[in-house]
Ligand binder design. Structure first.
Ligand code: G4P
Length: 529
């Protein structure tokens, strides 16, 4: 591999995820993007619908037919001369931790907003997460085929609520039944909307130039005039697109369209591959890693179990940060300090998992995992360093696990350990007793864990309430102080699944009082891997 090859491959990659509130249209727009990437023939076949808003029982069923989630965990497709990697995030809030960590593996994000609903709760939350790494955001205002809110008002809301400047790139012509298309503010082209082309690559009917008399013919004099005035107004009142400000996360280019009608998506994708950043520099505990660095490095941001019933394996998703992955290559698994040979990594072209011969920065590869890989693990060519910024969040819900058959304790411990490594739940073992306490961000996680313990580890368990309301990871530079704290507060201390000391507080007031009493101790709401 020459330096020029590497630089070229880096320049081609665009790795991103979608942030949105459930129902805004993430699934639909994913489908259409794959269609444009020729990754599927007919939209509507991407996935058997969302696991998000399903009841637990449905989710379990889907879990059993797990193939579904793997094919859509990472999707790679070519578009506009680039190679696009789209990382899927679970829609259900109960699995938001997974989403947060996936966002650490992308270089930019696409924010999909339901034009009728505007900025919704989950979008705000996800935007905060993007802010932690100043991830550039591109915006798609969806559902223009409905009577949505005034587009100017929607942009205002994005600006004030999300605290980011908006630069409209396209402008909608009408909405709902009167939706006629979009005007590209920078190319001076009108793209006309034709209904009924949602499941294929739509024709691109265009009129060059806003002042073209054809505009009056097609839209009618009145709507044409209205559009011209609106465009003038919008140009005057909104921010101009500024690539640097976008790349710094201060400004978001905004596109309008309808994912269902597969319209406006092409213009958005064209803008995306043109402006979105290629693989970025990543930080480790010892140095910054440039993607063009010839030494291979990567980190694991997600682990998923038995995604394919035929294989029943666990796959660790590794983001390549620098250098090149080649089949059969040896790498160093830094945390356990061992050289490992990776013969059969998976790639995620279109919707099939296939074996990869090579992968470049920005790409995701799947490593078969037999329990040695954890979320946050770094792989290198021998260097001892760790990528930083892959967080664990303090859970808000806690339950004690009780075995139905006490003889199954070993299997239970093993199962919980592995499930916590995967990030499916968090495990806390108090210093003072033998309880096994599970922590989760959403209740559905508990059901999934019980189900998987039964299916995969043959362990039947029940949950009991436990007097824990919140948890904080505990750090202190002063070893003596820490020992004193461990002695005096041992009733509320536990080790988490990774062996880290954690304060499990019965109430928030208790946590606050403990923090006040022990100013030397740091109580962290997130733990870095
Ligand atoms: P999500 O993944 O973000 O949760 O959203 P999803 O794509 O599943 O879309 C949520 C609902 O919004 C779906 O309707 C979908 O058809 C609809 N939708 C998506 N894009 C558009 C659009 O551009 N215009 C209109 N009018 N609707 C759109 P549903 O009734 O819940 O599902 P289905 O019956 O259509 O499958």
């Amino acid at each position: 591999m020459s330096a020029a090859d590497l630089a070229r491959e880096v320049g081609l990659r665009r790795t991103f995820a979608i942030i949105s509130h459930p129902d805004a249209g993430k699934t639909t727009i994913t489908e259409k993007m794959l269609l444009f990437g020729n990754a599927i023939q007919l939209a509507g076949s991407v996935k058997s619908k969302r696991s998000d808003r399903h009841a637990t029982s449905d989710w379990m069923k889907m879990e059993q037919e797990r193939g579904i989630s793997v094919t859509t965990s990472v999707m790679q497709f070519p578009y506009g001369g680039r190679i696009v990697n789209l990382l899927d995030t679970p829609g259900h809030e109960d699995f938001s931790e997974d989403t947060y960590r996936t966002l650490t593996a992308v270089d930019s994000a696409l924010m999909v907003i339901d034009g009728a609903k505007g900025v919704e709760a989950r979008t705000i939350k996800l935007m905060e997460v993007c802010r932690l790494r100043t991830t550039p955001i591109l915006t798609f205002v969806n559902k223009m085929d409905r009577d949505i809110r005034d587009p100017i008002e929607v942009m205002d809301e994005v600006e004030t609520v999300l605290n980011i400047h908006c630069a409209p790139m396209t402008w909608p012509i009408g909405m709902g039944r009167h939706f006629k298309g979009v005007y590209h503010l920078y190319n001076d082209v009108i793209h006309l909307y034709t209904q009924g082309q949602g499941s294929r690559i739509p024709d691109d009917k265009r009129i060059e130039g806003l002042d073209n008399p054809e505009v009056d013919e097609v839209l009618g004099a009145e709507q044409a005039e209205e559009l011209r005035m609106e465009v003038e107004l919008v140009r005057g009142a909104s921010h101009e697109f500024d690539l640097e400000a976008y790349r710094r996360g201060e400004l978001t280019p905004v596109y309008f369209g309808t994912a269902m009608g597969n319209f406006g998506v092409r213009e958005m994708l064209d803008g995306f591959v043109e402006h979105a950043p290629p693989p970025q520099v990543r930080e480790t505990d010892t140095r910054s890693v440039e993607p063009e660095d010839a030494r291979f490095t990567g980190f694991v941001f997600k682990i998923q179990a038995n995604m394919d019933l035929k294989h029943r394996d666990r796959i660790a998703f590794l983001r390549v940060c620098s250098g090149k992955y080649e089949k059969n290559m040896k790498m160093r698994h830094v945390r356990i300090g061992k050289e490992v040979k990776i013969a059969d990594a998976l790639t995620f072209m279109a919707s099939d998992r296939a074996h990869v011969e090579e992968a470049w920065p920005g790409d995701i590869i799947g490593l078969h995992n037999h329990g040695t890989i954890q979320i946050g693990d770094t792989f290198t060519m021998g260097e001892d360093m760790r990528f930083t910024g892959i967080p664990h969040f303090a859970p808000e819900l806690f339950k004690r696990v009780q075995l139905k058959d006490p003889l199954k304790l070993k299997a239970l411990q093993k199962g919980l350990q592995q499930l916590s490594e995967e990030g499916a739940t968090q495990l806390f073992q108090p210093l003072d007793n033998n309880d096994l306490i599970l922590g989760a961000v959403g209740t559905l996680q508990f059901d999934v864990v019980a189900h998987r313990l039964k299916e995969e580890y043959k362990v039947d368990c029940v949950y009991e309430p436990v007097n824990v309301q919140t948890a904080r990871w505990v750090y202190c530079d002063d070893a003596r102080k820490l020992e004193e704290f461990k002695r005096k507060a041992s009733a509320n201390l536990a080790l988490d699944g990774g062996g880290y000391l954690t304060y499990i507080a019965p109430t928030r007031v208790n946590l606050q009082m403990t923090q006040e009493r022990w100013p030397e101790i740091r109580f962290a709401a997130t733990r870095e891997h």
